[in-house]
Write a protein that binds this ligand. Structure first.
Ligand SMILES: *Cc1c(COP(=O)(O)O)cnc(C)c1O
Length: 478
């Protein structure tokens, strides 16, 4: 087992000499240089520090190490040139309080990114502030709330299908809305009759993901948007699945009023360790005055931050959002240009290819053409003695990150697979073959399968114990 860096510490060992007269350390506060403070820091050599962190990073699974078909998360290739551009000094050394005149380049980038996102979503105005998808949802629900206040209506209900991501009801609830859950129909889509009976003059909005979390495109989306609008409600689009539709259609054409986009998913920022991400929000024309301030605008001559929006909900984030993520998304969009449309075509093609190869071996509860992801059920395997968690753990020993499991909640033993566009056919086949092998192993020796993972840095863990008695503090480590 890897020791903690504190356990590797040996008194008197020096990595770097912070009191060295030949190096200018004047930028470090004196109090961090004195002995009493440094004694609480680990004392290791520079080489041992590097080894320590390399060893830790080797334990990690990442997209550079292998296939990462984590459904709904879009773990695609993030071009390295994005990082290079985001680390340009002109960006990294910029202070957020600098005057508009002194950061025209950065403002132009934000403005142009807004233009690109307007084009992709069909919306009229964009804020780049929210830090993630869930934060975008919160922003969107605050806009819904303030909009109805501004027209003097008290609408308290937000309708959400039972297939939705948990952040949807959480965001609406945080804004004080009541959640009205509607059941999906036998095709995995919004049940129109259930929707009709949920709609009334108390309906503020419906939150939808399209394609939904089953990877299915809502075939009645136009009827749905007409019904909601007729009842006086707004339509909120959870854009986590934007990777399926870019350039083919957009939320505006479907009738949505507010949209969030997860830049870290579709627009290639590495994610999975908790950020940073970005969840820009777009609105139709009649809601654009409600966006958080400032929005970046252009007067034909200069780019500037506009703080004067009549009905603005205020600020969602310190300054203007996670700027480095915005740079990466902009770089990616420029890099792809018109081929963003092919990204979605290929993501959808890859998912359908895998789904059709796997559906003989795993139950496919909604057997129809999918978009960029699909959801299998591990019920056949569970009957043979290995549940979906067991399948996920077994996959890790073949150098695959497990798919999303047990989500969406409406599929028992769900296995949600999103291959993305950036994988080769060979890699897809490798995963398919491994999944088939696992199904065969379960038939012949389920007990054996349940032993996995055995080759990973952390072996099979007792999940109950880990949840009930987490041992996270250094002082408790032996
Ligand atoms: C990822 C995801 C979210 C939340 O987005 P974050 O950026 O993780 O906050 C919301 N809805 C769906 C469908 C998602 O996949």
């Amino acid at each position: 087992m890897t020791k903690l860096i504190f356990e590797k510490s040996k008194k008197g060992t020096e990595g770097i000499n912070l009191t060295d007269e030949t190096i200018d350390f004047s930028f470090i506060n004196k109090k961090y240089l004195d002995d009493t403070t440094s004694s609480i820091l680990p004392e290791v050599t520079e080489l041992e520090v590097m080894r320590h962190y390399k060893e830790l990073s080797d334990k990690n699974f990442c997209i550079e190490k292998g296939f990462y078909p984590l459904g709904s998360c879009t773990m695609k290739y993030n071009p390295k040139v994005n990082e290079l551009l985001a680390s340009l000094e002109g960006f990294t050394m910029l202070h957020p309080l600098q005057d508009d005149e002194d950061c025209q380049g950065a403002l132009k980038l934000m403005y142009n990114l807004q233009l690109a996102l307007k084009e992709i979503t069909g919306m009229s105005a964009i804020t780049l502030q929210p830090a993630a998808g869930a934060h975008g949802e919160l922003c969107g629900m605050m806009i819904v709330k303030k909009y109805f206040e501004s027209i003097g209506q008290k609408r308290k209900n937000v309708i959400i299908p039972d297939s939705a991501h948990g952040t949807n009801p959480a965001s609406a609830a945080m804004c004080g809305f009541n959640i009205v859950e509607i059941k999906s129909n036998e095709k995995g889509m919004v049940d129109i009759e259930a929707l009709k009976s949920a709609l009334d003059d108390n309906t503020a909005a419906i939150m939808l993901t399209n394609p939904n979390t089953l990877g299915l495109f809502e075939e009645n989306i136009l009827e749905i948007s007409e019904l909601v609008h007729k009842a006086g409600g707004l339509l909120y689009y959870d854009g986590a699945n934007m990777n399926a539709i870019m350039g083919h259609t957009n939320p505006k054409l479907m009738g949505f009023d507010i949209v969030h986009i997860n830049l870290h998913k579709t627009f290639s920022t590495p994610h999975g360790g908790g950020g940073p991400g970005a969840g820009p929000v777009g609105t139709i024309d009649k809601l654009k005055d409600f966006l958080p301030v400032p929005v970046v605008e252009f007067d034909g001559n200069k780019y500037f931050r506009n703080y004067n929006l009549k009905n603005s909900i205020g600020k969602m984030k310190a300054f203007y959002g996670n700027f480095s993520v915005l740079i990466k998304a902009y770089a990616y969009i420029l890099l792809m240009g018109n081929t963003l449309k092919d990204v979605s075509s290929n993501a959808v093609l890859n998912a359908n290819y895998m789904m059709n190869k796997l559906k003989k071996h795993y139950l496919l509860p909604y057997n129809q053409k999918c978009m960029h992801e699909f959801v299998l059920s591990g019920e056949w395997q569970k009957e043979q003695g290995v549940n979906t968690l067991g399948i996920a753990k077994r996959l890790m020993d073949s150098n695959f990150h497990p798919p999303t499991v047990y989500f969406p909640l409406i599929v028992h033993e769900a296995i949600m697979i999103e291959p993305t566009e950036s994988e080769t056919k060979e890699r897809l086949d490798e995963f398919i073959n491994t999944m088939i092998e696992i199904a065969d192993e379960i038939k012949s020796n389920p007990q054996q399968v349940l032993q996995h993972p055995i080759n990973t840095p952390v072996k099979k863990v007792d999940e109950t114990l880990a949840a009930r008695h987490p041992d996270l503090a250094f002082k408790n480590c032996k």
